[in-house]
Design a protein around this ligand. Structure first.
Ligand code: ING
Length: 311
C-alpha cells in the first residue's frame, strides 16, 4: 500500500515593499484554495513569504528593519490564512521573519513553520546557513544582509512525524550545504520542504546566468538522492524592487529526479502526488547509512570549519 501525499508547491511572484501583509495573505489564500481544488494536504510557501526580500537593503534604524518581522505567529494579519487552512483541512509550511523575546532579549530569525491540517503547529525551523554579509558593501547593486538582520538558527534541523511520513524543513541557502540534508537524513527524513528567495544576479562572483538555476537544481536533487528523501523547493520569484529572483520551484524524488518544475515567475501552484514509500529503495540500498557509512573517517567534517590545504 503506497503512502501517498499530495503536496502543493505554492510559488509566489514578487512582493513589493509597499505590498501589505493583508494583500500578500490574500494571495496565499488564493493559492490555498487552488491547492484544495487539486486535493493537496500540504501547501509549501516560500522563504520570507509575507514581505519583500528586505535583506537586499541596508537599513540603519532597527524600527525600519523590525517592520518586516512578525512578533507573533499567528497574528492578526495571517490569522485568515490559518483559519482558511483549517476550514479546508490543509496543512502548510510558511516562511517569515521572526522577532522573538527569548530569555529576556530580542532575537531575530529567518524562520519557517509547519502547521497540520487541523491548524496545530507541528514544528518550527530557524535558518542556520545565513549567506551574504553583515556590513554595507557599496560595490554591490543589491545588498544581501542576512548576516546582519538574522541570528543563526538555534533549533538544529528537527524532523517530525506528520502528513503520513517524516518531514523536515530547511531554508534557501541551507539547500546548498550537504550537511543540511544529511542531518535530517540521519533522522530518517522522507520529505524536506524548503522555501527560497534567490537573486538571479550573484554580486559575490562573476558567473554565467544559467549557473544559478543549475546550482539550485543540483543542490535540491543531490540532497534528495543522497538521503533518499523527497524535496519540495518553493521560490519567491520575479522582479522584486528591481531585483530579479529566479524561479525553479520544483519537486525532487528520492531518486534525485526532478518530477515537477514550475514554469512561471508568478504565483503558481505545482501540485504533485508523491509516494513516501518511494524513499525506501534508496534508504535500504545505495544510501543504507547503517551499512555503508564510515563515521570513523568523518571527524574533520565537524571538527574543522574552513578548508586547510596542505603546506
Ligand atoms: N538566497 C541565496 C541562496 O542561497 C545566494 C543566497 C545568492 C547564494 C547567490 C549563492 C549565490 O539561494 C538566500 N536567501 O539564501
Amino acid at each position: 500500500m503506497a503512502r501517498t501525499l499530495t503536496v502543493g508547491a505554492a510559488q509566489l511572484g514578487p512582493i513589493q515593499r509597499s505590498d501589505t501583509r493583508k494583500q500578500v495573505v490574500r494571495r496565499l489564500i488564493e493559492l490555498l484554495r487552488e491547492a484544495h481544488a487539486r486535493n493537496c494536504k500540504l501547501v509549501v510557501y516560500p522563504e520570507l513569504a509575507l514581505t519583500t526580500f528586505f535583506p537586499r537593503w541596508m537599513m540603519e534604524g532597527q524600527a525600519e528593519v523590525d517592520a518586516f518581522f512578525e512578533r507573533a505567529m499567528p497574528n492578526a494579519d495571517v490569522q485568515p490564512l490559518f483559519d482558511e487552512a483549517r476550514r479546508l483541512g490543509i496543512g502548510f509550511h510558511l516562511g517569515y521573519a521572526e522577532l522573538a523575546e527569548q530569555e529576556g532579549r530580542t532575537r531575530r530569525f529567518n524562520t519557517a513553520i509547519l502547521v497540520d491540517p487541523n491548524g496545530d503547529f507541528v514544528g518550527k525551523y530557524r535558518k542556520i546557513h545565513l549567506p551574504g554579509h553583515a556590513e554595507y558593501e557599496p560595490q554591490r547593486p543589491f545588498q544581501h544582509l542576512e548576516k546582519r538582520y538574522f541570528e543563526v538558527g538555534d533549533l538544529g534541523w528537527p524532523v517530525w512525524r506528520a502528513f503520513g511520513g517524516i518531514v523536515g524543513m530547511c531554508i534557501c541557502n541551507d539547500r546548498r550545504w550537504p550537511e543540511t540534508f544529511r542531518v535530517m537524513g540521519l533522522k530518517g527524513v522522507e520529505l524536506v520542504v524548503c522555501g527560497f528567495n534567490t537573486p538571479e544576479f550573484n554580486a559575490s562572483m562573476v558567473e554565467p546566468g544559467h549557473h544559478r538555476m543549475m546550482h539550485h537544481f543540483l543542490s535540491v536533487q543531490s540532497g534528495a538522492y543522497q538521503n533518499g528523501t523527497w524535496v519540495v523547493a518553493v521560490a519567491k520569484a520575479g522582479m522584486e524592487e528591481g531585483c530579479m529572483l529566479h524561479g525553479g520551484t520544483c519537486v525532487a524524488a528520492p531518486s534525485g529526479e526532478l518530477v515537477a518544475v514550475a514554469s512561471t515567475l508568478g504565483d503558481e501552484l505545482l501540485a504533485y502526488t508523491m509516494d513516501l514509500d518511494a524513499t525506501a529503495p534508496i534508504k535500504n540500498t545505495i544510501f543504507n547509512f547503517a551499512r555503508h557509512r564510515r563515521v570513523e573517517h568523518y571527524g574533520i567534517i565537524v571538527e574543522q570549519t574552513g578548508a586547510i590545504p596542505p603546506p
